[in-house]
Design a protein. Sequence first.
Length: 381
Amino acid sequence: MKNKNLPSGTRDEFGTEAEVKETIQNKLFQGFRRRGFRKLTTPVLEYSDVFQPLNAENYRPYQLLDEQGEPLVLRPDLTLPVARVMSTTGIELPVKWYYGGDVFRVKKQLSGSYNQLTQAGIEIVGYKGLKADWECLEVALAGCRDMAIENVTIELSHAKFVDVLIDQLDLPEPTKAGLKQALFAKDLSKYNQLAQPLAETPFSSFINEWPWLFGNFDEVMKVVDTLPPIEELKGIVNHLKSTAAFIQQLFPKVNVTLDLSIPSPQSYYTGMAFRGFTDKSSGYLFSGGRYDDLLTNFQNVKTSAVGVAFDVDALVERTSFPDDTPTTLIFFEDDQWQEAEAALSKFANATLCLTDDFEDAKRLAASTNSQLIDLTKAGEK
Ligand SMILES: N[C@@H](Cc1c[nH]c[nH+]1)C(=O)O
């Protein structure tokens, strides 16, 4: 019998923590709406085919069957359902959506991470230019600022950088694939061995640094600038540089870093990707990126899109909770309900005392650190 257990990686939320979470979600939603985003709600259950573009290793979904035997999943991601909606409804572009809800990802037992996460995010569909990426960054960083989260680091990356560069190298295809794998896995002995033939080429100083190509934005760019001119990289590097300048101008306190040695945070990203962190914990506060090809999985027409989602639980973790403020407890007789209601609306933090006995009311007031208002005058009898 497991009627007293929770499935692994899930939790109950109650009291202050649950209330803080609700407040944060509402604040985010209000902010999204103020910037002209419209709400989109999708079901928790979807056909498993919707999530086929996800990297199945990182996003193992909970699986179920519908009554026809079709495989369903609890959604492991909220961007793919938006792509499904866009391709099936004929909604006119461009459009700006916001959403909130839980995603479910089966993590390794004892990994210490939760399998149910709450996200709140935006998706901007139908804009090709950098302005849409920057709108996502503005929403993400302004959200952190409004929540008084300090010491935010934003890590930029680009889904195409590694492939474009590897493509330029004069190596056989299988070596290129192995080099990429060794780079991502930080398997240095394998990496050095495969990169050996590049020692005397103009790429050599870059190749030596590549596995460590993360950290301070300007420092990483200095290494990128040692590369010979590559036409396909120009656009990528310019986007990254102008985006870092944009962030520094609008959010001078944010620390901008760049990582050009990791796989794309999502397999469906096609352009710039960004994640926000604080030094307090390793999990990210928000994660987003451009995904211009994703909608072609659902339809024939290519559509530009970019979005970002907050990890609401991570925001809650970094919020200082208000102290439990003392409340007012209103003790009354059954026939004094209207009087009790009037008293309730007079005090900011009041609640009705539902005990029948005045002594019980006194005990409750003491244990909850509340002042007791006695409408029955029982205390004076
Ligand atoms: N769905 C992505 C975040 C995102 C939203 N839009 C674009 N990317 C994630 O969970 O990592």
